[in-house]
Design a protein around this ligand. Structure first.
Ligand code: ACO
Length: 352
């Protein structure tokens, strides 16, 4: 059975830097509040009408494919993870395929959600496909354009200051070298908390998951306004909402737990980890995890200070940066871990 390894990696972030001071001009917030609670100093926003989730993903994908030393038409499956797609449907996978100029190959494009855990979920899927022998070169992309869907009034400040745009991509390929590549992945979810970190509207739910549909902005009209209502627009119910403290509490428990699971599945110990790359949710969460794992500063890679939380893109951006910075050598043991909306979470262990 072949193993799956990361043959190529790349990332792309928009040129437009938005500092905390810039956000102070739109909402009642301060650089001090943002840095103290999240560690974020600045983030990138895509250029309106030019850059989208799929175009950011395409730039990252081109770099990953070049880094892998293969041609775009050698890719035989695309997996695209995002919570901020260009269109409600179809997903970004087919747009990326077209933008890479490989639509004539008619390869399948799989769109996955899973928010902050999207990259780890995608890695787990790619690993299983490669090991089964079904595909040889899988392009996995995590990309987000949060800036187009955030509330820039003070009402949305607890969420808006956290998120940024960007994309990361990897080419995952088959190798006969055993004990190399993806050693283990573990993915989990608990739908009890589905609405605690969510963008609920617009959607097809019609309010059924709430005791009172009007909580989600529905009026009493028998027909119409079931997907999106004027009240949702007026009351800003079309933006993401987050129960920050509940997310924090669950994240700091689940990150170490799931990293422990992949270590156990591989017969390895915390002390074997050379580099930990956590989903960049919040610097305080990453520092908490680092402490729980007993890792030194040089054994973790954080870049949320520069990019904010880029959700499905954050792990591949951070990993690509660490690789570019020469932090990753062949044979190193890398742990990736994520937690986010759903709640969903997961981890992967990679022998580079
Ligand atoms: N600027 C200034 N004040 C703010 C801002 C802001 N951007 N946002 C909220 N506040 C105010 C609140 O209104 C509140 O004011 P009040 O006391 O007058 O009511 C006060 O700050 C405290 O608000 P809390 O929400 O209680 O702040 P908390 O200390 O919990 O920090 C935070 C919020 C940073 C989100 C924290 O809960 C956290 O770190 N949670 C983890 C969630 C997270 O990191 N999510 C990332 C995305 S999800 C993911 O990737 C897993």
């Amino acid at each position: 059975m072949p193993s799956a390894y990361i043959k190529g990696i790349g990332f792309y972030v928009p040129a437009n830097i938005v500092t905390n001071k810039d956000l102070e001009r739109h909402m009642d917030t301060t650089d001090e509040w943002i840095q103290e609670r999240t560690g974020i100093q600045e983030r990138r926003y895509g250029t309106r009408h030019q850059e989208t989730t799929s175009t950011l993903g395409t730039e990252a994908a081109k770099k990953a494919i070049a880094n892998a030393g293969i041609e775009p038409n050698e890719i035989d499956l695309i997996i695209f993870a995002t919570l901020s797609p260009d269109y409600y449907f179809p997903g970004c996978g087919v747009l990326l395929q077209r933008q890479l100029g490989i639509n004539k190959t008619e390869i399948p494009c799989l769109d996955i959600r899973n928010q902050c855990s999207g990259f780890v979920y995608g890695l787990s899927i790619a690993d299983a496909y490669i090991r089964s022998g079904m595909f040889k070169n899988i392009l996995l992309v995590g990309a987000e354009t949060h800036s187009m869907g955030l509330d820039f009034s003070t009402r949305g400040r607890n969420v808006t200051v956290i998120f940024g745009d960007g994309a990361g991509a990897v080419v995952i390929s088959a190798t006969d070298e055993h004990f190399r590549g993806i050693l283990a992945t573990k993915i989990h979810a608990n739908g009890e908390f589905a609405e605690e970190l969510a963008m609920i509207n617009p959607g097809s739910h019609g309010g059924v998951h709430a005791a009172d549909p009007s909580i989600y902005g529905y009026n009493e009209a028998e027909y119409g306004e079931t997907f999106i209502s004027q009240k949702m627009l007026d009351d800003g119910m079309i933006f993401p909402n987050m129960n920050g403290q509940l997310v924090f509490k669950n994240a700091v428990a689940k990150f170490p737990e799931v990293i422990g699971e992949v270590l156990q599945a591989s017969g390895l110990e915390k002390s074997d980890i050379d580099l930990l790359v956590c989903h960049q949710a919040n610097l305080r969460i990453s520092q908490f995890v680092q402490k729980a794992m007993g890792l030194r500063d040089d054994q973790v890679w954080n870049n949320i200070q520069k990019y904010g939380n880029t959700t499905a893109a954050s792990i591949p951006i951070a990993l690509a940066e660490a690789v570019e910075a020469g932090k990753v050598k062949k044979g190193d043991l890398i742990s990736l871990a994520a937690f986010g909306s759903g709640f969903t979470w997961g981890a992967a262990l990679i022998r580079w």
